[in-house]
Design a protein around this ligand. Structure first.
Ligand SMILES: [Fe+2]
Ligand SMILES: [Fe+2]
Length: 339
């Protein structure tokens, strides 16, 4: 993957900076621009793209960026200023969460994830979406699903005992139990190929709007800061606890549109696996973590609430655009042309 085309001053500064050599003997990197007055962070194209690129240095990186930029102070300074804005927006979006006793954490997660009432994207995909809309949905999802489970794996070295074992049990399934062809990211690739989409990592980053990048950036924010480990676990629990119903409907929609069993396996696998994962995540993982660290309960619920809220914003974006007869994607750009 190469650096995606910039969307404003922040991502343009980052693109220009990362194309230089990070060598300390070269001229000093100019200070990053201050974010200034901006829209809510999840709608901010420039901020989300810049943040996504900063985070990506810790995952697969970019072909056209020197690996030594990963921990460069200039990049971390930009990232820090973007994250402060990002966190303020997230707090505005979901509000404060009260700490609850550890034994009440699984119930509080169930209450949060059971609230419903958001835009019914999975129902629309099951019953009405055409093949082009279903493909758009998969394009949005590909930004995270092609590195599915990777952000939450950053939590593993930060945990001990039964809580660590619970997270590893979930992650082992996500990574196919040691079989590459069963990794969830690979099952997702099969669904992409059914829709004749390019299954290359990061291929559609230039095409997706801020909110889609925000869904990924939320996980990376929690993953890359040990201080947010509770939120990372709460986020994973919310994903697992809201997975079986929607994935059943995605599978129904895919079958209606002609997908064979292998093309739908990604969805069907989640219907089965996540019925188990949600129990492990709520009780053993989040309940256990809160028992070890009672002060983390509020973070766990904050992470879960952010996950659910951004999912609703993304679903609302897709349905709103489709109802208006428009595409939910940005106009197609060839990322190589901006390199
Ligand atoms: Fe999965
Ligand atoms: Fe899962």
């Amino acid at each position: 993957m190469r650096m995606p085309p910039p969307r404003g001053t922040l991502s343009a500064w980052l693109a220009a900076t990362l194309r230089r050599s990070p060598s300390p003997t070269r001229a000093a990197v100019p200070a990053p621009p201050a974010p200034g007055e901006r829209p809510a962070a999840w709608e901010d194209e420039d901020l989300q793209l810049a943040l996504w690129c900063c985070y990506e240095l810790h995952y697969r990186g970019f072909e056209d960026v020197d690996e030594d930029w990963e921990w460069h102070p200039a990049v971390l300074a930009l990232r820090g200023s973007l994250e402060r804005r990002w966190l303020t927006s997230l707090r505005d979006l979901v509000g404060e969460h009260e700490a609850v006793p550890a034994e009440a954490v699984p119930g509080a997660l169930r209450e949060l994830t059971g609230q419903g009432g958001g835009p019914d994207l999975s129902g629309y995909l099951a019953r009405k979406a055409g093949r082009d809309q279903f493909a758009e949905f998969i394009v949005h999802r590909s930004v995270y699903q092609l590195k599915e489970a990777d952000p939450h794996s950053f939590g593993i070295p930060r945990l001990d005992g039964a809580v660590k074992a619970a997270l590893v049990e979930i992650q082992a399934d996500e990574y196919g139990g040691g079989r590459a062809d069963r990794m969830h990211s690979e099952l997702f690739r099969a669904t992409m190929r059914w829709l004749e989409l390019d299954d290359g990592y990061g291929r559609y980053v230039p095409s997706v709007p801020a909110v889609t990048l925000a869904v990924s950036n939320l996980m990376s924010l929690f993953a890359l800061h040990r201080r947010w480990t509770g939120a990372l676990l709460g986020h994973l629990a919310a994903l697992e606890m809201t997975s079986t119903g929607p994935n059943r409907r995605y599978s129904t929609g895919a079958r209606r549109l002609g997908a064979g069993a292998a093309d739908r396996r990604y969805f069907d696998e989640h219907v089965e696996a996540d019925a188990v994962h949600e129990q492990i995540a709520a009780h053993n993982m989040c309940g256990g973590y809160a028992a070890d660290r009672p002060s983390a309960a509020a973070d766990i619920l904050f992470g879960a609430a952010c996950c659910l809220a951004l999912d609703d914003v993304l679903a609302g974006h897709l349905l709103g655009r489709w109802q208006a007869g428009q595409s939910s994607l940005r106009p197609l750009v060839d990322s190589r042309s901006a390199a």
